[in-house]
Write a protein that binds this ligand. Structure first.
Ligand SMILES: C=C(C(=O)O)c1ccccc1
Length: 371
């Protein structure tokens, strides 16, 4: 019977166990540049079978929150290199989550104070975190976006391709995870609640999935499917995302992803950070059918599940073949040695939500490991 502690090869990634550190935004990268604290933070957690980095912007246009990191400037890439070298020195594996927020941003974060971009000019009913001129952080409404011209999309595809190449060559990551979840740009294009376009990128499921698949094609073409993963969240309402018929949409996407030889498909089940049984549309989302759509079309990527898993739920999912790996977020924030704690059945540290976002060492690198 497969357990969480069995190694697995996911594409080109040889992983020591099935326990994944989920991408976790921590807002501790001033000027979009990870600090030395990030080196300690990720190294402390290097026993994870795979670390997925926090969302990392492919360009300033793709930046949506204060103090999140980027992959688009030399100092950012050099800072990430220190992180990946340190994780590798501990025997860990780490991929970069490459991210464009689309409409989930604010003019103060955008190049030249411009409006954020999106498939359609529909303002997200959500807030983002910015730091004002006096250095005070706070949550504000996201700015009204402008609709991207179709002629602008090839340039954004190139931004993803360039970021993927830089993540490998400059920043030293073992691969990338394309962030196509949680109501950000690629999810905005896929889901009908955010995509009201009438051109070849809107309307039908095929059209709404087109931009995502152009990005996947470019990234895989640049770094290979074996070093490329993707994160999807079929029914999350995060960042005001919605679609009335998620099953046909994501079953279609699964089938189109299958030929790319991806290292993994990472699925957020339910409401990101909320109830796993949350769903949209007139019936619960069928995750087994979604996985089957991928496998039946020839998809070989490892299947990673996420959102609210306990060790017991994770062990069952892997033992029963519903997942190949399980990603943990908050447990990894509070337990750098989560793998050891699972192995020993040790008590887990409780996470302190007050220090999830922003700040310094407190709540970041000071959670205790087992003696
Ligand atoms: C990258 C994020 C995501 O995928 O939801 C994120 C961003 C800000 C706060 C929490 C999470």
């Amino acid at each position: 019977m497969t357990t969480l502690f069995d190694p697995i090869k996911a594409g080109d990634l040889q992983l020591a166990n099935r326990i994944v550190m989920a991408p976790l935004t921590r807002n501790r990268s001033p000027n979009a540049t990870p600090t030395e604290l990030a080196v300690t933070y990720y190294t402390q957690r290097a026993t994870a079978g795979l670390i997925v980095s926090e969302g990392t912007a492919i360009t300033q246009q793709g930046q949506g929150y204060a103090d999140v990191p980027g992959l688009y400037a030399p100092e950012q890439l050099a800072a990430w290199r220190k992180v990946t070298d340190a994780v590798h020195a501990e025997g860990g594996k780490v991929v970069a989550q490459i991210w464009h927020v689309g409409r989930v941003s604010h003019t103060s974060l955008q190049p030249g104070g411009a409006a954020p971009v999106a498939p359609s000019a529909i303002q997200a009913k959500t807030k983002t975190y910015i730091i004002d001129a006096d250095g005070n952080g706070g949550f504000v409404d996201t700015s009204e976006p402008r609709a991207l011209e179709a002629s602008e999309l090839p340039s954004i595809v190139e931004d993803y391709r360039r970021a993927a190449r830089a993540a490998i060559d400059e920043a030293g990551f073992d691969g990338v995870e394309i962030h196509a979840a949680n109501g950000y740009l690629l999810d905005q294009f896929m889901r009908a609640g955010t995509n009201h376009r009438t051109d070849e990128y809107g309307g039908s499921i095929e059209n709404r999935a087109r931009f995502l698949l152009e990005v996947v094609d470019a990234v895989v073409g640049e770094i290979g499917g074996g070093r490329t993963g993707i994160r999807l969240s079929p029914v999350t309402p995060s960042n005001d995302a919605s679609d009335p018929e998620p099953q046909p949409l994501f079953d279609y996407v699964a089938g189109k992803l299958a030929p790319y030889g991806l290292a993994f498909v990472h699925v957020v089940e339910g409401h990101t950070g909320g109830p796993r049984d949350y769903s949209q549309g007139d019936k619960p989302f069928d995750y087994a059918a979604f996985k089957a759509a991928y496998r039946d079309a020839g998809g070989i990527g490892a299947w990673i599940v996420n959102n609210g898993y306990t060790q017991e739920l994770a062990e069952d999912a892997v033992a029963e073949g519903r997942a190949d790996l399980v990603a943990f977020g908050k447990p990894f924030i509070a337990n750098p040695d989560l793998v050891q704690r699972f192995k020993e059945g040790a008590e887990l540290n409780a996470p302190d939500s007050a220090s999830f976002y922003g700040g310094g060492a407190t709540g970041y690198i000071d959670y205790p490991a087992l003696v």
